[in-house]
Design a binder for this molecule. Structure first.
Ligand code: COA
Length: 242
């Protein structure tokens, strides 16, 4: 178990467990969490023992209540911020991980919280989950990929509605919008995520990576190019299996 200050990272039997761990601040995403998340994501990407990962939030009330408002507008100058982003592109790294990622979401899932969830492949929510993107109301725009990932998951019109109005979505609506795959009672959330991880980790990890790539990269391509990508990946896989 690696204990950072804002994240707990555990590796249990092929599954990486990442817990956002600032429950006193509803797991708000601060600069330290950004730096620690970057290290954890690199570990998930590079560690062959980790086949699949589960993201969750500590405490009863929240997965993550968004960017830490006490740090709001205390970021360095735009030049320094761009330099940091260049050196430590957390969201680029998150979306580039080829392994399956599961989000187990409860309570408040706001701002960066929903954006972390959108970087995952399968989202499970408990019945108490509430989703929102409050950035526009704060005079800013999502900066963790949300303006791109949300419309790709729930479609353009709904994403615009949620982003422009700041309206919150409860778990049941999130399921209807396909923002989450499944809604379960609170006490079933982690067992459900662990059950999925157990099933996934039993499969050939390279096949899983290729399936994920075929879908995530393919969706940004024309159908023709997507089919080409699928054929290439299938070909690589059959060569590896020879
Ligand atoms: N950044 C920093 N601290 C936060 C936080 C955030 N985004 N969200 C909650 N907290 C802190 C609160 O300040 C409070 O700390 P305190 O106990 O020291 O006073 C603690 O977490 C509990 O939050 P509280 O507001 O008392 O809980 P609540 O259940 O009454 O309300 C929310 C929950 C999520 C509705 C409310 O905390 C909120 O609106 N948070 C901000 C959400 C937001 O705008 N995020 C930024 C997105 S860009």
């Amino acid at each position: 178990m690696s204990n950072f200050e804002t994240i707990v990272y555990e590796k249990l039997d092929g599954v990486g467990h990442i817990t956002l761990n600032r429950p006193q601040a509803l797991n708000a995403y601060n600069l330290q969490m950004r730096d620690e998340l970057y290290q954890v994501l690199a570990a998930i990407r590079d560690d062959p023992e980790v086949k699949v990962a589960i993201f969750k939030g500590a405490g009863e009330k929240a997965f993550c209540a968004g960017a830490d408002l006490t740090e709001f507008l205390t970021a360095p100058s735009p030049v320094a911020a761009r330099q940091v982003r260049w050196e430590r592109d957390v969201w680029g790294l998150f979306l580039s991980i080829a392994k399956p990622l599961i989000a187990a979401l409860h309570g408040y899932v706001l701002g960066s919280g929903i954006e972390i969830a959108l970087c995952c492949d399968i989202r499970l929510a408990s019945e108490d989950a509430q989703f929102g993107v409050p950035e526009a109301g704060l005079g800013i725009i999502p900066a963790a990929g949300g303006s791109q990932t949300l419309p790709r998951v729930i479609g353009r019109a709904k994403a615009l509605e949620v982003l422009l109005t700041g309206r919150w979505i409860n778990a049941e609506e999130a399921r209807r919008l396909k923002l989450v795959n499944q809604v379960v009672p609170r006490h079933d959330l982690l067992p459900a995520a662990e059950g999925l991880a157990k099933k996934i980790k039993a499969y050939n990890p390279i096949a899983l990576c290729y399936v994920k790539q075929a879908i995530t990269r393919g969706l940004d391509l024309s159908l023709e190019k997507g089919l080409e990508l699928e054929a290439n990946l299938a070909n690589y896989l059959s060569n590896l299996n020879k």
